[in-house]
Design a protein around this ligand. Structure first.
Ligand SMILES: [Zn+2]
Ligand SMILES: [Zn+2]
Length: 270
């Protein structure tokens, strides 16, 4: 059975996505999904950047946009949840917590998109060029350290695209499986879930986040999973779920989690 939920999709408020929430819902139904969750980028707490996230004033509008489509689809076979994707910026945990406690979200995705102020996954040349001066192993280690800190912060339910650092195909020279094992231990202890996110297939790396070897380590540590497309376009909702399900099964997973009001509502079998 293919996964029936997709917990990661955006709205035009973030400045780099297209399509109204209803278009995402319609495509979800066409794809045979039973549940979706919106998770647009929460306002950046460290600085404002309209290329990456909505600003604080837009947050109520985001809630209204999703609530409207929730109401419209209330009697349909599609359940629509309201979540959010919030950056982990060390030192700004209190400000992030304030945003997250301001609305009864169904789930919160914690994502590391920044190392210091560097948006390492931004394809814009101004950011991408910075890879040239970096030691790739160090970038990976910094990334995993931030992932661990984000889980330990207690701010999040789901950890987003947990090997995003590979997006442009940069590969570490060293064997960093120890970093992943340590991260998996922290995730397990913190009680967070990992998303199997198909958007990497649409990026230069052409791999799901996380890759099979990484996912096997999470499985071994007993970290649960859920599924997502990270759609920034309605046509991507539920995309490549056959590949995501196959990857999950190969890593040893037979079930995935469904969220409601920041709790596990139920577990579904794959
Ligand atoms: Zn993200
Ligand atoms: Zn996203």
């Amino acid at each position: 059975m293919l996964p029936k939920v997709d917990y990661h999709m955006h709205t035009p408020l973030c400045g780099h996505a297209v399509g109204e929430p209803e278009e995402y819902a319609k495509h979800a139904i066409a794809m045979g999904l039973s549940e979706i969750g919106f998770s647009d980028h929460a306002p950046l707490v460290s600085h404002e950047d309209t290329r990456y996230t909505m600003n604080k004033k837009q947050l109520p509008l985001y809630h209204q946009m999703v609530e409207r489509v929730q109401a419209k689809y209330k009697k349909s076979a599609l359940t629509i949840k309201l979540g959010i994707e919030a950056d982990f910026i060390p030192g700004f945990e209190a400000q992030t917590g304030e945003i997250l406690s301001g609305y009864p979200y169904d789930f919160v995705i914690g994502s590391v998109h920044f190392i210091d102020r560097w948006a390492f996954d931004d394809p814009d040349p101004s950011q991408k060029v910075k890879w040239k001066d970096k030691d790739i192993d160090t970038v990976y280690r910094d990334y995993y350290r931030l992932l661990r800190l984000s889980a330990e912060s207690g701010l999040y339910d789901i950890m987003g695209h947990v090997d995003l650092v590979k997006k442009f195909g940069h590969r570490p020279a060293a064997d960093l499986s120890g970093e992943v094992e340590e991260t998996a231990r922290v995730f397990k202890k913190s009680g967070v879930t990992v998303e199997i996110n198909t958007s990497g297939l649409r990026k230069p790396v052409k791999e799901i986040y996380p890759s099979l070897d990484v996912l096997k380590i999470y499985r071994k540590s007993g970290v649960p999973v859920t599924f997502s497309s990270d759609s920034h376009d309605p046509g991507d909702v539920g995309r490549d779920y056959d590949k995501a399900a196959a990857l999950a099964k190969e890593a040893g997973y037979s079930e995935y989690q469904v969220f409601k009001k920041r709790k596990i509502e139920r577990v579904e079998r794959l």
